[in-house]
Structures are given as C-alpha cells and as structure tokens.
Design a protein around this ligand. Structure first.
Ligand SMILES: [Ca+2]
Ligand SMILES: [Ca+2]
Length: 607
C-alpha cells in the first residue's frame, strides 16, 4: 500500500510543481501514510522520537519511499540528532535549506518551454528575465559551447523563479557550465553536467552571490549527475558544483557526483565572508564516488550533510573549515580517506556527528599544524538545523542512494512537456573539428634545448613553430635534450597528440595529427643507454599511459619494445608501426630508472 500511495503523492506533487519533488523521503505535503514509517505526516523532523519524520519531499520514483520506510528506523537511531524544525506546514520539497521558510517553486506557474540547444535556452532565460516572469525550461538535448554560441556559460543571472528540468536522460551540458548569480528560487533537476571548458579550470555549476546588496539564494540542485576526470591534471577542471560570495539557502540532493579532483566547494577563500558568512547548504542522499577531495569543502556558516553515500574518496571528504559548523548524520562512508576533517585552515571548522557508518576501507591521515580529524567520533559542535527533514537509517542506504541518485530516476509521466522550440532536424550540426594532419615522412633531429623542444615555438601541432598546442609533450618522467638528442629516463613523451594532458583510454582514439592508417615505420638512432638495462624502451601508438590497454588499439598499441641491454649505442633501428587511424600519435617510453637517448627520428610510410 505504502508504495503506490507514495508514488501517487509524488505524482500529485510533480504536477503542481512542474518539477518532481526530488528530495528523498516521503511527501511532506500530505499526512496520509502511517506514522511508523517516516510517515508523510509532516511532524517534526526525523529525530522526533515519534518516529514520524516529516517527508523532506515526495520523490516521484517510488524508490524514495523505501528511503522513508527506512526513515522510521532512522528516527529511532538518530533520535537525538536533528532538531525538531520550525517549518510550519511540514518539510519543504527539497529536504534542506533551499526551501526553508520559503516557497521553493522555481519557474512553476510561469512560462514553459522545451529546448534542445544552448542558444534557445539562453534566449528563453533572457526573455523571462526581461519580462520578469517565472519560467520552466525542459532540456531535451545536449547544450554545448558550439550550440550556445556565447562562448561562455549558460547564465541564470539577475533573475528569479527558474526551473531547468532535464527530460528523461536527454538533458545534458557537455563542456559548458551553468552560472547562477544574483538569482533566487532556482531549481535545476534531472540534468547531466560534465567536463566544462576543458583545461580552463572552470566549474560545471557555479553559484555566486555578490556584495551589491543582491541575494543569491533558495537554490535546489536535484537528481543531477556531474563528472569531470581524474585522468587529467588537478587544475584542468575546477568544481562540479561550487558556491561562494554569500550564496546561501542551497540544497544539493540526490545528485551523483563522480570522477573529479575538485568536487563541491562552498566558500572560495578563507575570508569568503563578504557580504556575510551565513552560508547555509544542505547535502542529502547524494552519491559521491571516485573523488579526490572537497566533498564538500565548507568554509564559514552552517551546513547539513545527511544520508549521503561516499565511496573511493582519495584525500579528504567532508572538510569543515574557517569556523563552519556542520551537522553530519547517517552518512555511509566506504573506501574513504578522512571522512570528516578540518584541514588546511588556520581557523578550524566544527561538526556535530551522529549515526554515521564508517565502513570498510575508511582511513584517516593525521594532517599537520591545526589540522584535526573526527577519527575519535567526538562531536565538536551541537549545531542542528532549523528545518524539518526525514532522516533515513544507514541500513540499506547505500543501495537506496545508488538506485535513486542521479539523472533519469524521476517519474516524469505527470509532466506536460511541450515540443522543442527548434525542431530537432533544424539544429545546426557541429562539424567535428578536423585535425589537420602533419604529412609524413616526419623527421626530428632535436637540434634545440629542452624547454624550447617542449614548446610550440619549436613545433606545434602543425609540425612547425606556431601558437597551438606543442607537438611534443612530456607526459611523465625525465625527458631532456642533451647534445641534440632526446634523453628519456622513466619517461613518456608523446608526439602529435592534440589532447596531450588527457590520458588515453580504450574508449577514445583519433586524437593525433599523423595519418597512420597505412603501413608505416619509425626509425631512430640510439645515442645513449644507461640505468637499469633490464628494462625496456617502448614505442606506442595512440596511448600515452603506462599500460598498453589504455588505447583504442588495446595492448597492440605497444607496437615495439626492446630491452636496453639489446640496444647498441650508435646503432640505428627501424620498427614497423601498427597500422592505426588517420588521426594517430606516437609515444616514446623508457621504463622507470632506465635511460635511453635517441636522435634522428623518422616516421614514414613503409617504402
Ligand atoms: Ca570554482
Ligand atoms: Ca640530433
């Protein structure tokens, strides 16, 4: 009975909000269900021993109910923690600060459009702004820099009352970000965001206040998926979702954040306290996986982190800093280093811990200076949140969050989604930028110095001196020009890779400037061999990593290797290449502590 009632509730809610109540547990709105499970009766927040925890919101997907069903047990387990909450009419749909004492409706009741490209999206936002009308925009396609044409993020700026809702699993921001600034009552739901502005250290979603008296508040990011990559440098991208400069009353719920160095930062500097420090952000039922740090990094203000699932967090997870106070309850941590710490701030942050499950693979490091950790499980704050919410037990939470967080989990059958503003077949098609090939034969005699060699002033991807990406890239190890030859020690140097800082995988190829789709060979003269001669000198095609499998050609990408002990100084060698693609690149590699110096490289088609 519970299931269908819950989803019925969810459907009703969806229709009224033109957005699906994303939040976790049951519909706080109606008081239907039995008290035992975190009945939807919007009584006190989860902790209330009455067990009837108010629903933070009726999520459309029935699964949420299971959350709430577990809610009941949660109330018993964490009875003590969360405050009873003063929300008069029960919990807000978002289950956090975004809807606290605020009618969080986004664009409900206003204009409604569907778009499948960035130009239409920005135009409809600007139209609503200019006419001061709420707007709900369904996104049924991929937003890119190309089809936006503004050269910058999609902007929700100086406007209020907006909902951006992905349609099914079609809504995506690919390589472009969303910037929310001086904006209030904003709902972003059921969208995929990834790899915004590669190499430019920018955020996928940036929420930024201002000190001009404006507010940036009541923002709900729900049921979205966000990722960058750990196979690039740590500053290649910036945050998945960052907020700063006074932005507050924010809820991040049921999102799936993964594969990133910098996850979610709130407060961009130690003194990000202007116009005030009252940062108020809730994180619940999110799935955090394969992340380096900042989950979240939280400076100043008050925060609430509940019912999230953490797995494979490499450095630090929750980092409470600069006087922040965070209520951290009923989260599940696995394979996580430093689940809860206060690192890297002169002024430490605090935490009120309860009901968290520090599971398999949880480790702690000691930090330095003023750094402290929560390894002792002791709370250092008594902070609790003012709003009502449903706290689920950690029993079954991992599976529940994995099943419900991210894009494509909401039941949208109750939504009236109009036809796209621009019909699919009228959309401009982005031509894959053709990579100009560098003609063969290609010769290199290293008549330069190390710094110049690896710069575009020597050769960029055109094969000649230029402004573009250098044709030579030291991926790792020691690579130097010594007396007109290239000396490699435990090093990999790629030649002609257009994305040299991105580690190749078995999924991608065609990032090189050489047409190696016909039989070819590479000749090189060995002018020096030293170090561990039991190691190999190797040649790869379309692979810039240390393992041969990371290539579109799989292990065949390592098309040549020879033991250093078999190389004779002064000897010239020719190795047949692996016939690859019209856009391939080559990598030279010496294994660790092995040194080979080569000169007079020639890449040519097999005569
Ligand atoms: Ca940022
Ligand atoms: Ca030379």
């Amino acid at each position: 009975m519970q299931q269908s009632l819950r989803s019925l509730l969810a459907l009703v809610l969806c229709a009224s909000l033109t957005a699906c109540g994303g939040g976790g547990s049951d519909g706080g709105s109606s008081s239907g269900s039995s008290g035992s499970s975190s009945g939807s009766s919007s009584s006190s927040s989860s902790s209330s021993s009455s067990g009837s925890s108010s629903g933070s919101s009726s999520s459309s997907s029935s699964s949420s109910s299971s959350g709430s069903s577990s809610g009941s047990s949660s109330s018993s387990s964490s009875g003590s923690s969360s405050s009873s909450g003063s929300g008069s009419s029960g919990a807000s749909p978002d289950g956090g600060f975004a809807g606290y004492q605020y009618n969080l409706t986004g664009g409900a009741g206003g204009l409604v459009y569907t778009v499948n490209n960035g130009a239409d999206l920005q135009e409809k936002l600007d139209e609503a702004k200019d006419t001061s009308q709420p707007v709900t925009i369904y996104i049924d396609g991929t937003i890119t820099d190309f089809n936006t044409g503004t050269g910058t993020d999609i902007q929700i700026k100086d406007m209020d009352n907006v909902s951006l809702i992905g349609v099914g699993e079609n809504g995506e921001f690919d390589g472009i970000g969303l910037s929310i600034r001086r904006a209030n009552n904003i709902i972003v739901q059921n969208l995929l965001f990834h790899e915004a502005w590669p190499g430019q250290e920018r955020d996928n979603i940036s929420i930024e206040g201002d000190d001009d008296g404006s507010t940036t508040s009541h923002i709900w990011i729900d049921h979205c998926e966000l990722y960058n990559s750990l196979d690039v440098g740590k500053d290649y991208y910036d945050g998945l979702i960052d907020s700063k400069s006074g932005a507050r009353y924010i809820t991040l719920s049921y999102n799936y954040l993964h594969d990133a160095w910098k996850t979610t930062l709130h407060g961009h500097t130690e003194n990000d306290s202007n116009p005030d420090t009252d940062r108020l952000v809730t994180f619940h039922h999110n799935r955090f996986e394969n992340l380096e740090s900042r989950v979240p990094l939280y400076r100043h203000g008050k925060g609430h982190v509940y019912n999230n699932y953490y797995n494979n967090i490499r450095s630090t997870a929750i980092n409470s800093r600069a006087g922040a106070e965070m209520l951290i309850e009923n989260n599940v941590f696995e394979n996580t280093q430093n689940p809860v710490v206060s690192f890297y701030s002169d002024v430490i942050g605090y935490w009120n811990l309860s009901g968290n499950l520090f599971g398999t693979g949880v480790t702690w490091s000691s930090g330095s200076g003023t750094d402290i950790t929560a390894q002792d499980g002791e709370s250092t704050s008594t902070y609790s949140v003012p709003y009502e919410y449903t706290l689920d037990s950690t029993d079954g939470l991992k599976d529940y969050v994995i099943a419900n967080a991210g894009r494509g989990k909401l039941d949208q059958s109750g939504l009236e989604i109009p036809e796209p503003v621009t019909p699919e077949d009228e959309l401009p098609v982005e031509e894959e930028p053709t990579i100009e090939d560098v003609a063969l034969p290609y010769a290199e005699n290293f008549a330069t110095d190390t710094a110049t060699f690896f710069s575009n002033s020597y050769r960029d991807l055109s094969g000649a001196s230029g402004e573009g990406t250098p044709i030579y890239h030291r991926v790792t190890g020691t690579a130097e020009i010594q007396s007109g030859a290239l000396s490699l020690t435990g090093s990999r140097v790629s030649i002609g890779n257009t994305t040299p800082t991105v580690s190749t995988t078995s999924g991608d190829g065609n990032t090189g400037v050489f047409d190696l789709s016909m039989p070819w060979q590479i000749t090189f003269k060995v002018v020096g061999v030293s170090g561990d001669t039991s190691k190999y000198f190797q040649l790869y095609v379309d692979n810039n990593t240390a393992s041969s499998g990371n290539s579109i050609w799989g292990s065949a990408s390592k098309f040549h290797q020879v033991l250093l002990s078999d190389l004779v100084e002064g000897q010239t060698y020719t190795a047949p290449g692996l016939t690859a693609s019209a856009n391939s690149f080559v990598t030279l590699r010496t294994e660790s502590s092995a040194t080979v110096a080569v000169d007079d490289i020639l890449i040519e088609y097999t005569p």
